[in-house]
Design a protein around this ligand. Structure first.
Ligand code: GDP
Ligand code: MG
Length: 602
């Protein structure tokens, strides 16, 4: 296709503002789908994506649109991941486009996520076409939203396209605006091949499928290509695009987006952001912007039923086939048995994996408290050299005497909220060691910027924010690097024995409060025994919180069995089953449920 007839764009929107519905309409209008096929949203494939309204894997569809000028254009619509955890993937998807539709709900206006995404889009020099959606709603105020877009984002919204994706209003206007306002890509057909690996996923029939954006040159079947960052060579055996059904193509030329397969077995070999060139006469320099993805949040995943361990191993392996950004290694815990220490891009990523394991693989799991990655400077000891280590499991906390300094990751968070909830939100941020950076009002809403330690955010921050704002506050963040902090390891002791699964790294200033909370919860969760049980939170040898479970009187058990033999049998059976899920700590039997409940903060 001629460069002048190609348009590459993405759609940016806050969750629920209508991105998927609009995408489906564009596909339908250009003839990619029949009314019947429209019934299911096309771009979001996974159940979880649909439910949460986020995209995890970038999908791209090619639309052929004959515009009012009589020319048929090739429009490549790239669906970008919709969450900050996938910021790097988003940045690569955006880099593959020349423009973006900015979809804003006519009744809700601009939200935090809209902002974060639109700024990225601006950074990529995109031409941005504002689309004000849901104009069918009685509460729609398109003029007000236009002003908001101009005031908050600072782009001209006077010729924003007004749509109702639901009722199919304004769809052709959107297509015309794409053709007229988004610039065509540039590139040279005769130059050495330069294509960016935008995304990759595992397909059970095709193996690893790679989404590419070609800058220069041409990709064809039979071509020997080299991944410049990964350092591997592959034979291209299929070239195509989605419309949204898979179509084979003879080639993908300059400026175009499409997919290839090349007999690759693992997604790990197809790194997002890599540059693909030819083995012979390849490009001398890779495209800019490549980054190795790194796990930000870690936690342990254990099967509730120890017999499920093999099933967990298998299921995790399968998920990993499709998601190279998720890491795991085996872990053993005295409290929870065999499981895996897993690394994630962020909290949402963690939740998605956890949910998929329980839903798609029917696994009952215990998740230990999420932890961030700390950098620790260790001094020289008698037997060991000075060193810098990365800590992502409290169990590996080194000898405190050797610790010179601990650094923790910080984030810059932008919260957008109706101003009636501002007070409690500021308090929440303050309680989580936040530093306020900015506070502005737009209309009836406040936008507040905080710097926060990531460690305080993984600790139930989202849930709190949602509950104190009744779901109205939106939240977005970016990482801003490591800062030193007074961080300590807090152990929880039951009958004087530490429980590994419950230990955590905390800031000294909040340790006592967290410790007290944990002890109180455990007091209610651990059944009484025939003796008194102390429950303590301690830093090193120093106890900072304590609760005691009093002893049970002996006759209590005898009484409740009574005479009924079947009832007695049932009770015994239940006890036996319960036994399997008990762990012994300093002679105390702790039911598995107690760990689960204790780990569920709140
Ligand atoms: P996304 O999260 O941005 O992908 O949003 P969706 O496309 O999934 O839409 C979120 C919700 O808004 C769904 O219930 C849609 O049916 C609804 N919706 C989308 N567009 C419109 C519209 O133009 N008008 C109305 N009333 N509802 C819409
Ligand atoms: Mg969606």
């Amino acid at each position: 296709t001629e460069l002048s007839q190609i348009r590459n764009f993405s759609i940016i929107a806050h969750i629920d503002h209508g991105k998927s519905t609009l995408a489906d309409r564009l596909i339908q209008f250009t003839g990619g789908l029949t009314e019947r096929e429209m019934s299911a949203q096309v771009l979001d494939n996974m159940d979880i994506e649909k439910e949460r309204g986020i995209t995890i894997k970038a999908q791209t569809v090619r639309l052929n649109y004959t515009a009012k000028d009589g020319v048929t254009y090739e429009l490549n619509l790239m669906d970008t991941p919709g969450h900050v955890d996938f910021a790097y993937e988003v940045s690569r998807s955006l880099a593959a486009c020349e423009g973006a539709l900015l979809v804003v709900d006519a009744a809700q206006g601009v939200e935090a996520q809209t902002l974060a995404n639109v700024y990225q889009s601006i950074e990529h020099d995109h031409e941005i076409v504002p689309v004000i959606n849901k104009i069918d709603l009685p509460a729609a105020e398109p003029e007000k939203v236009k002003t908001e877009i101009e005031d908050i984002i600072g782009i001209d919204a006077s010729d924003a396209v007004l749509t109702s994706a639901k009722s199919g209003i304004g769809i052709e206007e959107v297509l015309e605006a794409i053709v007229a306002r988004i610039p065509p890509p540039t590139g040279e057909r005769d130059a050495p091949l330069k294509a960016m690996l935008v995304d990759s996923w595992y397909d059970p029939y095709l193996g690893v499928v790679i989404l590419v954006r070609v800058y220069d040159g041409v990709i064809k079947k039979g071509l020997n290509v080299k991944f410049m960052q990964g350092g591997t060579e592959h034979l291209v055996d299929r070239v195509g695009c989605m419309n949204p059904k898979r179509i084979d193509l003879p080639e993908i030329g300059p400026g175009e987006i499409g997919f290839i397969t090349a007999q690759i077995k693992e997604v790990e070999q197809a790194k997002v952001g890599d540059t693909i060139t030819t083995v012979k006469n390849g490009a001398p320099k890779a495209l800019p912007g490549y980054k190795e993805v790194q796990s930000v949040v870690f936690c342990g995943l254990f099967p509730v039923d120890a017999a499920d361990f093999e099933k967990l191993r298998e299921s995790i392996g399968k998920l990993r086939l499709n998601d190279a950004s998720f890491t795991y290694e085996m872990e053993t815990s005295a409290a929870l048995g065999f499981g895996f220490r897993c690394g994630f891009l962020g909290l949402l990523h963690l939740e998605i994996i956890q949910e998929r394991l329980s839903r798609e693989y029917d696994l009952d799991l215990i998740t230990t408290a999420p932890s961030v990655v700390y950098r620790i400077q260790l001094s020289k000891s008698k037997t060991e050299e000075a060193a810098t280590i990365e800590l992502h499991n409290p169990a590996d906390y080194p000898d405190p005497n050797r610790i010179e300094e601990i650094e923790e990751p910080w984030i810059k968070a932008v919260i957008y909220t109706p101003d009636e909830y501002l007070g409690p939100i500021l308090k929440l941020c303050q309680d989580r060691r936040g530093i306020q950076k900015d506070l502005t009002y737009v209309g009836g809403r406040a936008q507040v910027t905080y710097e926060l330690p990531l460690n305080e955010v993984v600790f139930d921050f989202y849930d709190r924010l949602k509950s104190i704002s009744r779901g109205y506050a939106s939240f977005d963040y970016e990482q801003i690097g490591l800062r030193p902090g007074d961080l300590v390891k807090m152990n929880i002791l039951v009958n004087n024995e530490p429980v590994d699964a419950l230990s955590m790294i905390v800031h000294r200033s909040v340790a006592e409060e967290r410790g007290r909370g944990m002890c109180e919860r455990l007091k209610d969760l651990i059944p009484r025994h025939l003796f008194k049980i102390p429950i303590q939170a301690a830093i090193g040898g120093k106890v900072i919180a304590r609760e005691t479970i009093s002893a049970m009187r002996k006759d209590v058990t005898a009484k409740c069995y009574g005479g009924d033999i079947t009832r007695k049998k049932k009770l015994l059976e239940k006890q036996k089953k319960g036994k399997a899920r008990m762990r012994e700590y300093g002679n105390v039997s702790i039911p598995q449920e107690a760990f689960i409940a204790a780990l569920r903060m709140g």
